[in-house]
Design a protein around this ligand. Structure first.
Ligand SMILES: [Zn+2]
Ligand SMILES: [Zn+2]
Length: 325
C-alpha cells in the first residue's frame, strides 16, 4: 500500500472477504451424470457459488466463483467423491460477481471435439493420451531433440494471434470441432514420426486432442501438465513461450512476468493498421460478422475503422461513421 496503513482500512470490511475463482477438470468415468449434476448443483447453491459446470460420462469441467471460505469448502466436498480425490484446482482472483448465474449441465462431451464415442477414460484419466510433461521437461525435450520437436497449438487459431510457442504449428481451427478434420486432412502427416508437444490454455483440450492424434498415427505425442498457464508461471517471457495468453473471461488476455514491458516479451499481436495490440474487439458489423479481431485503441475509438478489415465490414463501418458524424 505504501502508506503503512493496513490494507483492510482502505478496502473496508467488504474487502476482507476476498473472493476467488476456481478452475478445474477431471477425466474419470461417471456412471450417472444426471445424479452428479444434482449433487453439484445443490452443493454450489448451498455455498453460494456461481459459474459453469459441464458433466459427461467422461468427467467434469468447471469454473466457479465465490467467497474464499466457500470455495475451500467446495474443494473439500468435491474431493470426497472417490473419482475426484486428487483433482487439481487452479485458484485465481475474482468471485461470484464474475459470473451472472450458476449453470450445471450434462453434455455428451465436456470439451466439444465431436468425438464422444472415441474418447475412453478410466480411473487414471484419458486412455491413450499423450505423455504428460512438466514445464521443465518441455525445455529438456527441446534441449535433447532440438528442431525435431514440433509444438502443435491445441486452441482456436485466433488465440494464437497474440501468443504461442516458438515456431509452433497453428492448425486452421475455428472451434475444437474442426480438429478431427484438420488431423485427417494430411496436412500434418509430416509430423507423425516427430516428437509433437500439444498445448492449450490449461491442459484440458490436449487431454483429448493428444489421444485423437495418437489414434490417427502420430507416434510420439506429448502434452503439458497445467498447459500454457503453468508453463508461463514457471518461465514467464524467458522460455519457449512468446507473447500473451488469450483467456476466456472479460480480461481477454493475460501476460506473464512483467508482461509487455518485460525485455523478453515478444509482441505477436497487431492491429490491421499495423500497430501492436493484444486486445480483441468485435467488428462494428456485428449483425453479420461475429469475428473477434485484434484492434488498436485508435482504430477501435473511431467507428470508421472499428472493423475487421473485410471489404463488406469496412463499408458498414463507413456508413456507421457517416451517420454518427
Ligand atoms: Zn489500428
Ligand atoms: Zn467484420
Amino acid at each position: 500500500m505504501g502508506f503503512g496503513v493496513p490494507c483492510c482500512w482502505l478496502l473496508g470490511w467488504e474487502g476482507m472477504s476476498l473472493g476467488k475463482i476456481l478452475l478445474f477438470y477431471k477425466f474419470t468415468p461417471i456412471a450417472d451424470p444426471q445424479a452428479m449434476r444434482l449433487w453439484q448443483r445443490d452443493l454450489c447453491e448451498l455455498l453460494g457459488l456461481t459459474g459453469r459446470i459441464l458433466i459427461s460420462e467422461h468427467g467434469i469441467n468447471g469454473t466457479l466463483g465465490g467467497d474464499m471460505e466457500d470455495c475451500k469448502r467446495y474443494v473439500r466436498k468435491f474431493r470426497e467423491y472417490p473419482g475426484f480425490k486428487d483433482t487439481e484446482f487452479k485458484w485465481s482472483a475474482g468471485g461470484a460477481d464474475d459470473f451472472p448465474k450458476l449453470s450445471v449441465k450434462v453434455r455428451d462431451e465436456i470439451v466439444a471435439f465431436g468425438a464422444p464415442q472415441e474418447l475412453r477414460v478410466d480411473e487414471h484419466g484419458v486412455v491413450g493420451g499423450g505423455v504428460h510433461l512438466k514445464p521443465e521437461e518441455v525445455n529438456q525435450l527441446v534441449a535433447d531433440r532440438g528442431d525435431d520437436v514440433v509444438f502443435f497449438d491445441g486452441r482456436n487459431a485466433m488465440e494464437a494471434q497474440i501468443g504461442k510457442f516458438k515456431n509452433a504449428v497453428v492448425p486452421d481451427v475455428r472451434t475444437t470441432h474442426d480438429f478431427i478434420r484438420e488431423l485427417e486432412s494430411g496436412k500434418y502427416d509430416w509430423m507423425k514420426d516427430r516428437p509433437v508437444v500439444s498445448y492449450c490454455t490449461g491442459g484440458i483440450r490436449c487431454e483429448i486432442l493428444s489421444a485423437l492424434m495418437k489414434n490417427r498415427g502420430f507416434t510420439e505425442v506429448y502434452q503439458i501438465d497445467g498447459g500454457i498457464v503453468r508453463y508461463g508461471e514457471k518461465y514467464g517471457n524467458h522460455g519457449l513461450w512468446e507473447g500473451s495468453l488469450y483467456v476466456f473471461d472479460k480480461r481477454m488476455h493475460m501476460e506473464f512476468g512483467l508482461g509487455t514491458k518485460d525485455p523478453g516479451f515478444v509482441q505477436l499481436g497487431h492491429c490491421k493498421c499495423g500497430k501492436p495490440t493484444n486486445k480483441f474487439e468485435h467488428c462494428v458489423n456485428e449483425d453479420n460478422c461475429r469475428d473477434l479481431v485484434l484492434m488498436c485503441e485508435d482504430c477501435y475509438a473511431n467507428p470508421a475503422t472499428r472493423h475487421c478489415g473485410r471489404e463488406e465490414c469496412a463499408e458498414v463501418a463507413a456508413q456507421v461513421a457517416a451517420v454518427a458524424g
